[in-house]
Design a protein around this ligand. Structure first.
Ligand SMILES: C[S@@+](CC[C@H](N)C(=O)[O-])C[C@H]1O[C@@H](n2cnc3c(N)ncnc32)[C@H](O)[C@@H]1O
Length: 239
């Protein structure tokens, strides 16, 4: 039995196979949830990415919000503080959900275990959805299902935000440094595929499936010379 199979308790196969060491192993959860470690993984850009995400997250009274999967660091409590009626959060990992709950003792948080590819929420229920560094960790098919599910649960008139790696950074000094590119490709096996995908095109296809369309709200944030991006979209009924 391969080591990763020990982590296959109802989580997506790719999560157990490629990321058990990052999100499912209890020791790694403790290790990675330290600010200096998170900051190092994001080349010192964590605060900028958080700030750009939070600046675009402005739920109004009575609006509902979902963070699509847990993240390390202080994003979840920050989002929860900005959400008057309680932030919803979901993840495939119970340990990640427990960690998120521990960080939000003073703010309402509705945490539920589910698969991002098949959300157990009704259609058109959220006004805001936040995706923080999830898509690049998914195989292309899972990414497609997740975007489709996100566009199903977000109502027309709602907003969503994607904080992620930027489009293929073939001019960035980090990308041009081959040993780094190889290492990153090993640690993040689905990132090269994500780099080559047109995110707006995928979003438009996903939205059309639910009779909706998406419009990017400019300006987007380009961080670390475009290596990362924070993009906000508005959802409406199909044009
Ligand atoms: C949001 S991503 C990356 C987060 C980022 N590296 C960070 O911590 O800032 C990691 C989370 O996504 C979850 N996850 C990945 N695929 C999932 C899926 N299909 N359904 C639910 N949760 C998923 C993992 O369990 C993990 O908690």
């Amino acid at each position: 039995m391969a080591l990763y199979e020990k982590f296959l308790d109802g989580v997506p196969w790719y999560l157990a196979r490629h990321y058990w060491w990052a999100y499912l192993w209890k020791r790694s959860i403790w290790f990675f949830d330290h600010q200096p470690i998170i900051n190092a993984i994001l080349f010192g850009q964590y605060q900028k990415l958080m700030d750009a995400t939070l600046a675009r997250y402005q739920p109004q009274d009575g609006e509902s919000a979902l963070q699509l999967t847990c993240v390390y660091g202080k994003l979840t409590p920050s989002l929860a503080r900005q959400t008057k009626h309680g932030l919803h959060i979901m993840d495939a990992s119970l340990d990640q959900l427990a960690l998120a709950r521990r960080k939000c003792v003073d703010t309402p948080l509705f945490a539920a275990r589910m698969d991002a590819e098949c959300l157990a929420y009704a259609s058109d229920v959220f006004d805001h959805v936040v995706l923080f560094f999830l898509l690049h960790e998914m195989p292309s098919e899972a990414r497609e299902h997740t975007l489709s599910e996100m566009l199903r649960v977000i109502r027309s008139g709602g907003h969503f935000m994607i904080t992620e790696y930027g489009p293929l950074p073939n001019r960035h000094w980090l990308y041009r440094f081959m040993p780094f590119r190889c290492l990153l490709g090993r640690l993040e096996p689905f990132l090269p595929g994500f780099w080559h995908e047109d995110l707006d095109e995928k979003l438009n296809l996903a939205a059309a499936r639910h009779g909706k369309s998406v419009h990017r709200i400019e300006p987007s944030a380009s961080i670390f010379s475009g290596f990362y991006r924070v993009v906000e979209y508005h959802v409406s009924d199909s044009d």
